[in-house]
Design a protein around this ligand. Sequence first.
Ligand code: KG4
Ligand code: ZN
Length: 334
Amino acid sequence: MNSVILAIESSCDETSAAVVVSGKILSNVIATQKVHEKFGGVVPELASRAHQKNIIPVVQQALNEAGVRKDRLSAIAFTQGPGLLGSLLVGVTFAKGFALARGIPLVSVHHMKAHILSHFINDPKPAFPFLCLTVSGGHTQIVVVRDYLDMEVIGETLDDAVGEAFDKAAKLLGLPYPGGPMIDKHAQKGNAESFTFPKTKVPGLNFSFSGIKTAFLYFLRNNKTANANFIEENFDDICASIQHILVQMLLDKLKLAAKQTGINEIAIAGGVSANSELQISLQQLATKKGWNLYIPKIEYCTDNAAMIAMAAHFKFIKQRLADMDTPALPRMKF
Ligand code: KG4
Ligand code: ZN
């Protein structure tokens, strides 16, 4: 039986819709909200308003690009959480209304699990069990993935996410939100050994990024006191140095997780997995350690509905459906 699923992603600042037919993605439309750039972070109320404005045209375009009519849909999927409540609500209520109107079932999806399942959109696909380092604006996790619907977090951040650390460092440097990609761009022209920062040590497989953020703040403040043009004169080197320490902190824990679990199928997912230094260093590490490494295509690293559609596909096969009582969950458990 062919399943035709429309999926909606609206957890943060991307309004996205995708269509998946029997596990194959036919469209993936993403409307990125530029409105947050000048605020240095996502403004929740502005995000909700932009989702409200974008959702119908984005869904329409996703259906058109896939060449799928509404009456062919088998189910509608949505991101249930985690994310911003107002943003999630736009997707959740749209999906419920759509499901009611068409008389089709709902599938609810966990945003972070969907990031991991983005690895099943294209070949090569990881074999079970694999480890996934999931690094986004809100999360930093190491997950053992035993099956499409069987995953366990074995390490996570105790405070800030690594994407948040990138964005906060960028903000201190005067860059617009989201700053991660801009730090990456400038870092490519800089020397990562110019400045050193202390690595925050946390036992086991957990992470902590709040200390490095504070260290970076004082580093900039102290150097600016000595030289008012310190940032401008050293911009690329500062970006390269802060990026380097953040990437090293991720790799240290991933190495430990691979050693402890004995798993050498290694994947990365989430917005920060687009980072070029992380990708290059991981490729080198994978060669050295004999890991099989999986990196999503760039459009599936950052938020998108194709990954929600893929996750929904696997739930739909098992008939794990949601009902009309299903709430949006900003702090949804893994
Ligand atoms: O997964 P994502 O799109 O949204 C969340 O679920 O949070 O991740 C967004 C995060 C932001 O913090 C952004 O700065 C970061 O991913 N990011 C990057 C890069 N591209 C996106 N960080 C570092 N280097 C990049 N190239
Ligand atoms: Zn995400």
